[in-house]
Design a protein around this ligand. Structure first.
Ligand code: SF4
Ligand code: FES
Length: 329
């Protein structure tokens, strides 16, 4: 099994593991942030460059460094590879540059955006962004579009991560949605206002890392930090029926999929569960959801129950890095 060292932490991983997956196995703050990769969506990743890392040693066989940052979600580890993420100031500077690019067309309308509080780009720009934009040109703007009766597309906020396209491709039987054009004029389209009304289309809302795709049944009803998530389930013939209900008192404000430590949906849910079951009597409530995300949602009486970067595969043997041990001695 190839051994890789990331920011001084070593691990042996199965052949074909990417640097990002290896970092997630180690856990902690060395895990690179992602905007387009989604472990359960095939061929996701490789679009946003948020997850870049510095490969300071290619492998034991060929120790030359890779001369420029690589996307960790698309680069497989090699035996003896050494990678730097948070220990490389120049890499962090490069990532700040990526964030600046992601923000050139993105409006800073967080105070009125429904995604505020659970927006990856908001978190990313707090951690890596500049206080001011250097972009002097006019930003792209689009009018909002209704994609069917339940989803609103606000293309102005889209960062073209392709996650929703992968959902459309892989979860729904008929694809009516994709990216049109290339480069600075690319846009998400549904040929176009054609409704995305198949049973699993609502999952696009959950995977969208920004406020570009929002739930029309929840828009402007409440800030996310004013509703409380609880895990609930029901017998459903289309999906597993395992969801998070977002409650204010007894009222169900929205229904979403449950999320793991990396904020990825654990089980996709169908549109019936998401949009049509909005009474607590439709559900068996299990208890408060674990919020593993570093977010305002975890404030107040919801405590951070699991660290965000909890090691995922405890079974994987973590090999202590001998150089670090020697340094400490
Ligand atoms: S609409 Fe959202 S999920 Fe789709 S490409 Fe844009 S940012 Fe990504
Ligand atoms: S998360 Fe790796 S390129 Fe987007």
């Amino acid at each position: 099994m190839p051994k890789v060292t990331i920011d001084g932490h070593s691990i042996e991983v199965p052949e074909g593991t990417t640097i990002l997956q290896a970092a997630r196995m180690i856990g902690g703050n060395i895990v690179p942030p992602v905007m387009c990769y989604y472990s359960t969506l095939k061929t996701s990743g490789g679009y946003c460059r948020t997850c870049i890392v510095k490969v300071s040693k290619g492998s034991d066989k060929d120790p030359r460094p890779i001369p420029k940052p690589v996307a960790s979600c698309r680069t497989a580890v090699m035996d003896g590879m050494e990678v730097q993420n948070i220990t490389s100031p120049e890499l962090l500077k490069a990532r700040a540059g990526v964030v600046e690019f992601l923000l050139i067309n993105h409006p800073l309308d967080c105070p009125i955006c429904d995604q505020a509080g659970e927006c990856y780009l908001q978190d990313l720009s707090y951690e890596h962004g500049l206080a001011k934009t250097r972009f002097e040109f006019q930003r792209r703007t689009f009018t909002k579009i209704d994609i069917g009766d339940k989803i609103k597309l606000h293309m102005t906020r889209c960062i073209l991560c392709y996650r929703c396209v992968k959902v459309a491709d892989q979860l729904t039987p008929q694809r009516v949605h994709g990216v049109l054009f290339r480069g600075g004029v690319s846009e998400i389209s549904t040929y176009i206002q054609k409704a995305v009304d198949n049973d699993f289309s609502g999952n696009m809302i959950d995977v969208c890392p920004v406020g570009a795709l929002t739930d029309r049944t929840f828009r402007f009803k409440s800030r996310v930090w004013n509703v409380n998530p609880v895990d609930a389930h029901r017998d459903c013939s289309k999906c597993k029926g395992k969801v998070a209900l977002w409650l204010k008192g007894e009222e169900v404000y929205r229904v979403t999929g449950r999320r793991d430590a990396y904020d990825e949906v654990i089980d996709w849910i169908c549109n019936e569960c998401r949009f049509d079951k909005k009474k607590t009597s439709d559900w068996v409530i299990e208890g408060p959801s674990n919020i593993s995300r570093h977010s305002v949602i975890s404030q107040n009486h919801y405590t951070l129950k699991e660290p965000r970067h909890k090691p995922l595969l405890n079974a994987v043997k973590v090999v202590p890095d001998q150089n670090l041990i020697n340094e400490k001695k």
